[in-house]
Design a protein around this ligand. Structure first.
Ligand code: FES
Length: 165
């Protein structure tokens, strides 16, 4: 695994914020790795553990505990759709089915598959059902990468997807 100089600089900067306990830099480093590589590989876990002078299990347990960390590559644009009650009642499952149809992503179901996600054959999109995105009064709610969309309708899907090429 190649760590580019710019990422190394960001890593060292993050670690410098925790002079008493380097372990506290675990989550910031995991975010940096996922942002750069798209997911957290076994190699990344080993590298971060070595950097922070920890056993790899200390990093692996964070990756498996927090659902936002991925263990396999996502699409270039990752879509998260809330599957929690308010959004479910507002039609999130039907919205997800439409998004899957529009992107070519296999529909893994909505609500019963943990945080599993599927990637479109061209690698452009991936779609994941997630727990509450903290906008329960304006469902169905979804995110594309870091962009937030509320009260999304099926008619808006083409316009939203066209922003991500
Ligand atoms: S239930 Fe969907 S944002 Fe909270």
């Amino acid at each position: 695994m190649q760590i580019p100089p710019q990422l190394l600089t960001q890593i060292d900067e993050a670690v410098s914020h925790y002079p008493v306990s380097k372990r506290s830099a675990s989550l910031p480093l995991l975010h940096l790795f996922q942002e750069h590589f798209g997911y957290i590989s076994d190699e990344a876990i080993q590298w971060i553990a070595a950097k922070l002078e920890l056993q790899p299990i200390a990093i692996l347990e964070l990756v498996t505990f927090y659902p936002m960390f991925r263990r396999s590559p996502a699409g270039r644009h990752h879509i998260r759709i809330c599957k929690t009650l308010s959004c479910a009642l507002a039609g999130a499952a039907a919205l997800k089915a439409k998004l899957c149809e529009a992107t070519g992503v296999a529909d893994l179901g909505h609500g019963t598959n943990g945080n599993a996600f599927a990637v479109s054959p061209d690698g452009k999109f991936s779609i994941e059902s997630v727990e509450c995105l903290a906008s329960c009064g304006s469902g169905p709610v979804m995110m594309v990468n870091d962009d937030f969309y509320q009260a999304v309708t099926a008619e808006e899907i083409p316009t939203i997807l066209s922003k991500y090429q």
